[in-house]
Design a binder for this molecule. Structure first.
Ligand code: PA5
Length: 352
């Protein structure tokens, strides 16, 4: 465990053997490539009065949650994210179900794909291959092909854009194609600001050092709620430490009381993800909650989204969180890519 280690490209490469850093830094290109891939898939524009269900797990599900947040009140129909084997009881032939699995072999998503077929819902698949691609091809279900070679969670630009584009195509939300394209250019500037080539005082490195040796508690609201969850899961999988996420204002009604005993149990940090468009009372709550938690001895951070549009601001915080999780892994001398315990669990389940 080192806090003094400089987060240079060489130091990162010594730990990040699969080169996940480059996958994160290439997010702007992936956003553009994802737009192109959806367009090339030639999906039929249609009307889904029953809304959109995004069925997936982990790194494949998060894109749906982020897409819903990017749309905000530009969503005109229900968009629901299901992380499990079943679909909502209200799924009908009027519902579009996007089955998202990077590997194509995730059993929950395969079960949701089957369930959607049984209910007569319109299905769309996004995957690199596996059993999901096989089943979709056999049943002439359209497939948006994803590029191979990423950790599923590092393909977040793809899962976000695919869900956004499918929402636009089925009438669940406005099409944000142009907004994504502009956000990609914006993200390029942020990559420069937060990449390892930036100074040791860059925000991404500073946050990683601040969270190092602590249990991070992430909080968000509205646009930033699914991003707080993304930070939590990225910190879990890349840095391999516990981290937790909760939403405001809900946490002000329960979790805030738990901070009273935090210092007896270990070192915790609280990160509040802020956005200029949050409800003014939420923004006030962030400051008040921070103050109350800090008085219990916890270190707290308030991190602002950067950008004009919702998509720019959302991507800014996703990019920042991904880099923080990678830098944290390096500070812990942990290779961010392998998630052996998840693989072991999946293998054990596959044996029946
Ligand atoms: O990031 C990961 O590796 C996981 O969260 C996976 O995304 C999750 O296990 C689901 O797998 P897949 O994305 O291949 O469906």
């Amino acid at each position: 465990m080192s806090t003094t280690l400089e987060l240079t490209r060489d130091a990162i490469a010594a730990v990040d053997t699969a080169g996940q850093l480059q996958d994160v830094l290439s997010m702007p290109d992936q956003l553009r490539d994802a737009l192109w891939r959806v367009e090339s898939a030639g999906l039929e524009r249609h009307d889904a009065p029953g809304g959109l269900v995004v069925a997936g797990m982990g790194g494949s599900a998060i894109g749906g949650a982020l897409a819903r947040a990017a749309l905000g009140d530009r969503a005109s129909r229900a968009i629901m994210i299901t992380r499990g084997y079943a679909l909502p009881a209200w799924t009908t032939p009027d519902t579009t179900v996007l089955c998202a699995s990077y590997s194509g072999n995730t059993e929950e998503t395969l079960a949701a794909y089957e369930a959607a077929g049984a209910l007569g819902a319109r299905r769309i698949v996004s995957t690199t291959g596996g059993k999901l691609a096989e089943a979709a091809r056999a049943e002439q279900v359209p497939v948006i092909p994803l590029p191979g070679g990423f950790q599923p969670r590092a393909a977040v630009a793809y899962s976000l854009v695919v869900a956004l584009e499918v929402a636009g195509l089925c009438g669940a939300g406005e099409r944000l194609h142009a907004e994504v394209d502009v956000a990609a250019a914006h993200a390029e500037r942020l990559v420069e600001e937060w990449s390892p080539d930036s100074g040791e005082e860059s925000l991404a490195k500073e946050l990683a050092r601040g969270l190092h040796g602590t249990v991070p508690q992430l909080s968000g609201a509205g646009l930033t709620a699914p991003i707080a969850y993304r930070w939590k899961t990225q910190i879990n999988e890349n840095a391999k430490i516990p981290a937790f996420a909760c939403d405001l204002p809900e946490l002000d009604h329960n979790e805030i009381a738990g901070w009273e005993g935090a210092s007896e149990l270990g070192r915790f940090t609280a990160v509040f993800l802020d956005d200029s468009d949050l409800h003014p009372r939420i923004r006030q709550r962030i400051e008040l909650t921070r103050g109350l938690i800090a008085s219990q001895g916890a270190t707290t951070y308030r991190v602002d989204s950067v950008g004009e549009t919702r998509t720019e601001r959302l991507i800014s915080l996703v990019l920042l969180g991904d880099l923080v999780s990678l830098y944290l892994a390096v500070l812990r001398s942990v290779d961010p890519s392998p998630v052996d315990v998840i693989d072991r669990l999946k293998r054990a389940l596959a044996q029946g």
